[in-house]
Design a protein around this ligand. Structure first.
Ligand code: IPD
Ligand code: CA
Ligand code: CA
Length: 265
């Protein structure tokens, strides 16, 4: 295993343990609003600090891009951290959230770890080395058509100006599939596509820390990841479509006619 993946795993597990310990006092947490419908708690901040400490012990020179504390340092290697993906679920006692850590070297995602502390499920990937759930290798599903498929998506709760276009994409996809989930954790949605638990996924306006680790996992599981043009700028645009080769194309073809000019990226 690559030493950086090893450190990412250690950091994700210790942040996950902190999240679980904090469940006992979740009703007394100090909740701050960062933006529209966007909240942060001490647990997010403490988990993030735990991760940063673990990384800096081994790689003090590397840069950090973390959701709650922003950018630290300037280096070719950047650790991209979401200490708690699914904060709203966490706050409501809805048991579905995770820690997500990616290592990006010269703009390319090289390693990713997503840890679900409630299920003790550790997803890990290194570029060219495949993706695992705990010790088991993962592959995307083999489904050829949307019919019968189970997809996930995210609602644009932070950018309501995109709601009409988003709903038009939903209307276009929904009648073609068996069902669609909205789980509240983008990172786990991506990991679940890699694991073949979902056939595909799309969402508007994600941040780098939401998608970096999971996007690598989908690719390493044999899937396709793109932005809304079918190109590979999803890391910057935050608009993402994933699935196996065929389903990715079906989702892309279904949603593109409904996108506004602003979303064609
Ligand atoms: C959010 C979750 C959610 C997605 C949002 C993200 P957070 O992350 O991943 O599923 O729809 O766009 O911001 O705020 O819980 O880390
Ligand atoms: Ca997130
Ligand atoms: Ca978060």
């Amino acid at each position: 295993m690559h030493p950086m993946l090893n450190i990412a795993i250690r950091a994700a597990r210790s942040a996950g343990n902190l999240i679980i310990r904090s469940l006992q006092h979740v009703e007394h947490l100090d909740i701050t609003t960062k933006g529209l419908n966007d909240f942060v708690t001490d647990v997010d901040r403490l988990a993030e600090q735990e991760i940063i400490n673990a990384i800096q012990k081994s790689y003090p020179e590397h840069a950090i891009l973390a959701e709650e504390s922003g950018v630290q340092g300037d280096h070719d290697t950047v650790w991209v951290i979401d200490p708690l993906d699914g904060t709203k679920n966490f706050l409501h006692g809805f048991p579905h959230y995770c820690v997500s850590i990616a290592v990006v070297v010269k703009g390319r995602i090289e390693h990713g770890v997503i840890y679900d502390p409630l299920r003790d499920e550790l997803f890990s990937a290194s570029r060219g080395d495949g993706v695992k759930l705990n010790d088991r290798r993962l592959r995307v599903t083999k489904r050829k058509e949307l019919a019968g498929g189970l997809l996930a998506t995210g609602f644009p709760f932070k950018c309501p100006q995109h709601l009409p276009a988003y709903l038009a994409t939903f209307n276009a996809v929904f009648p073609q599939v068996a069902d669609i989930r909205r789980t509240g954790s983008a990172a786990l949605d991506l990991a679940y596509v890699a694991a073949g638990r979902l056939d595909g996924y799309w969402e508007i306006g994600l941040e780098k820390w939401d998608l970096a680790a999971g996007a690598l996992m989908v690719e390493e599981a044999g899937g396709v990841v793109s932005d809304f043009t079918g190109g590979d700028d999803y890391f910057n645009s935050g608009n993402i479509i994933v699935g196996n080769l065929r389903l990715h194309k079906h989702i892309l073809d279904s949603i593109t006619p409904h996108l506004t000019d602003e979303l064609k990226k």
